[in-house]
Design a protein around this ligand. Structure first.
Ligand SMILES: NC(=O)c1ccc[n+]([C@@H]2O[C@H](COP(=O)([O-])OP(=O)(O)OC[C@H]3O[C@@H](n4cnc5c(N)ncnc54)[C@H](OP(=O)(O)O)[C@@H]3O)[C@@H](O)[C@H]2O)c1
Length: 320
């Protein structure tokens, strides 16, 4: 079969021949892949620097997708750490890590949106006791996952949503998607942090895709500006586009009722993740989330890798 093949972590994947996958256990099933999203996590995987990387080569990247199984059913699937990823004509899935989709489902929308939307959906439903009416800050709201987080927070009943991001046009658009306030992250760190302290001093939950220096500065500013320091604030770390480490001031954890938690593979059990998939797929299929997807043939995988425009999620199609 044809697949996107990573033979060296220094080069983008190439469209090449790769051995066909074969099911090994009772729950495994070969699927014809219809659509696979090129998420940041997949770029990390293909570069050998995701925290779950096993360094095994060659590998086919791709962590999730939509495919039709040899049983005839349309499925959204999430793959384990495997060298047989989703960016291939066929892959092998564990049916327990998949959900059967309605026939009218749009494979491209689901392949584009499930991963970025899942990060905030699962975080709000599994990592915090989120109640309708609570206020949310989305740090890094202009990326794919951030834009989804604003909409997911709205869908789950947030009482106010502060969206913070660098891109002015996308930030403005987030007002139509549910943001009740926006803060620009463009500018000097201390000025940006002061703006966040002002706009988000009373939030209950922070959904953080940034980490790094912006997070350290924002955390200090928000904690300091809180009118009620005893009011719980849960900071959910999800992404690290602004840096893998952050110098968190120790005082932030003493001066307010701040709790820092993470949400990602490992901090949430596979079962808990899977339990959330049907409702999220339904929300996407019902048009509850604004999806920005751009399809490219799998054969153009090298071009896709060179294309880092984050405004639309690239979805690779093995048989356009
Ligand atoms: N843990 C999980 O379950 C999970 C799931 C999905 C994603 N993630 C992680 O979440 C992060 C975002 O993913 P994504 O899908 O939204 O990526 P994306 O679509 O590529 O968006 C990345 C965004 O980050 C912004 N950005 C980059 N550097 C920044 C900085 N220094 N300050 C402020 N903004 C900055 C960019 O803003 P501009 O537009 O201003 O350039 C861009 O909009 C990644 O780290 C990803 O690995 C985690």
């Amino acid at each position: 079969m044809k697949a996107a093949v990573v033979s060296s972590f220094d080069r983008p994947p190439r469209y090449e021949d790769f051995p066909d996958p074969a099911p090994a256990g009772d729950h495994e099933l070969v699927v014809d892949v219809l659509a696979a999203g090129l998420h940041p996590r997949v770029r990390f995987q293909a570069g050998g620097f995701h925290y779950t990387s096993t360094d095994e080569l060659p590998l086919v990247p791709g962590i999730d997708g939509v495919g039709r199984g040899s049983d005839g059913l349309l499925r959204y699937f999430v793959l384990p750490d495997t060298t047989y990823g989703a960016m291939a004509e066929r892959t092998v899935i564990d049916t327990r890590r998949s959900i059967v989709l309605a026939e009218h489902s749009d494979p491209v929308a689901l392949a584009a949106a499930m991963n970025p939307a899942m990060s905030s959906w699962v975080a709000l439903r599994q990592r915090v006791d989120f109640q309708a009416g609570q206020r949310v800050l989305v740090l890094g709201a202009t990326g794919n996952a951030g834009q989804m987080a604003v909409q997911v927070a709205k869908l789950l009943g947030a009482g106010g949503i502060v969206a913070a991001g660098r891109d002015a046009a996308r930030l403005a658009k987030l007002r139509q998607l549910g943001a009740t306030q926006t803060v620009s992250l463009d500018g000097a760190l201390d000025r940006v942090a002061a703006g966040l302290g002002h706009a988000a001093s009373d939030v209950d939950v922070v959904i953080d895709y940034l980490w790094g220096e912006p997070t350290a500065a924002a955390m200090a500013a928000i904690v300091t500006a809180r009118a009620d320091r005893g009011k719980p604030l849960t900071w959910i770390e999800i992404g690290s586009v602004a840096g893998p480490t952050a110098q968190i001031p120790s005082a932030a954890l003493r001066a307010a009722r701040l709790m820092i938690v993470g949400s990602g593979q490992g901090s949430i059990g596979a079962g808990e993740y899977l339990a959330e998939l049907p409702a999220l797929a339904e929300a996407i299929s019902a048009g509850g989330l604004d999806v920005h997807a751009r399809t490219m043939p799998l054969a153009a995988v090298e071009q896709a890798w060179a294309d880092t425009d984050a405004t639309q999620r690239i979805v690779l199609i093995p048989r356009p």
